[in-house]
Design a protein around this ligand. Sequence first.
Ligand SMILES: [Zn+2]
Length: 76
Amino acid sequence: MNRHVRNLCALVAGGLDVETARNEYLASLDADDGLAVLLIPDEAIVARPPVRSCERCGARLSRKRHRCSRCGLRQM
Ligand SMILES: [Zn+2]
């Protein structure tokens, strides 16, 4: 996998949304790398690492949370 995708996924896994992660990452790159990042489709970024979601309501969960922020269900 492309290192840019991997780096973006790491930012998203850290709690940023895709657009914020892309903007922050772009700010750290030169023009050539920046262009490569702009060509990455959003789907490639959210696809991994797998996003955890609540079993009951489907809300997205951050990896650190053990409780759904929408419905309060405890997560395994
Ligand atoms: Zn829930």
